[in-house]
Design a protein around this ligand. Structure first.
Ligand code: ZN
Length: 256
């Protein structure tokens, strides 16, 4: 059974369309989405609809911001969230389409667990908000940081997450292994160890690579995939919406 795990789509239809093609070409049986369907990008409604077919779909912090409020977000993210809410929130007379999209967002759970495998948007301690950054994993003495040690107490075997837009595997000893350091982007999990896996971002990669990122999990091995898409088109769409800061478009061309 091959599961495609996608995260942080951020209203980017161009990226998600190409990722879906790649998922099909790789004969995956199902799709799990770890949240942040919306925020930052220009096509929130379309991206939410594209996620209707995913087997599992979790709530991310931007999705929650759209449903509730955008307090605590930086000004650029906040403005994008408020614009997204204006696009999606149905009124009394809204179309069935709009109502379906909103009620789908409202139905999203924040964690999913099957056997000893946990799925969250952000972190097992704080499933929606906590950042587990590459730089958080090891302390100055090359040991796992207190933060990562505590987070691992919540991991039985595997924990899949997104949120940082920076793909890789975190080991219990504090190492962060990037996909380009793996053999062919593949990593095999041992039963006796524990791991946190960040699947990267479909719609706004931040690891210096403009290509959309996701991962395929077959029950014991993860394979990271990078997929090219026309980010210039997404960028132009962002530039056309005054409420979406230009920087949100420009960063797609940098992968940062
Ligand atoms: Zn995100």
């Amino acid at each position: 059974m091959a599961t495609a795990i996608i995260s942080d789509l951020h209203s980017n239809t161009e990226a998600l369309t190409e990722v879906f093609k790649d998922i099909k070409a790789n004969q995956c049986d199902q799709i799990y989405c770890l949240g942040d369907l919306v925020g930052y990008g220009p096509n929130p409604a379309e991206v939410v609809e594209m996620c209707f077919e995913s087997k599992i779909c979790l709530l991310g912090n931007h999705d929650e911001g759209v449903l509730k409020n955008s307090y605590g977000f930086n000004p650029i993210a906040k403005q994008a969230i408020d614009w997204t809410r204006d696009q999606l929130k149905p009124g009394f007379l809204s179309s069935g389409r709009k109502k379906r999209i909103w009620s789908f967002l409202r139905s999203l759970p924040i964690v999913y667990k099957v056997d000893s495998v946990l799925f969250v948007h952000a972190s097992p301690r704080d499933p929606i908000m906590e950042y587990v950054l590459r730089t958080d994993c090891m302390d100055l003495f090359g040991k796992p940081s207190d933060k990562i040690a505590d987070i691992f107490t919540k991991v039985e075997w595997l924990c899949f997450a997104g949120h940082t837009h920076d793909p890789g595997v975190i080991m219990q000893d504090g190492q962060f292994i990037r996909p380009q350091e793996m053999d062919d982007g593949k990593f095999k999990f041992e039963r006796s160890k524990r791991y946190i896996i960040n699947v990267g971002s479909v719609g706004q990669p931040r690891d210096g690579d403009t290509r959309a990122c996701y991962a395929i999990f077959d029950g014991e091995t993860i394979r990271f995939r990078r997929v090219e898409y026309d980010y210039r088109r997404t960028m132009e769409k962002i530039f056309a919406v005054p409420q979406l800061d230009r920087k949100l478009g420009e960063r797609l061309a940098l992968g940062k």
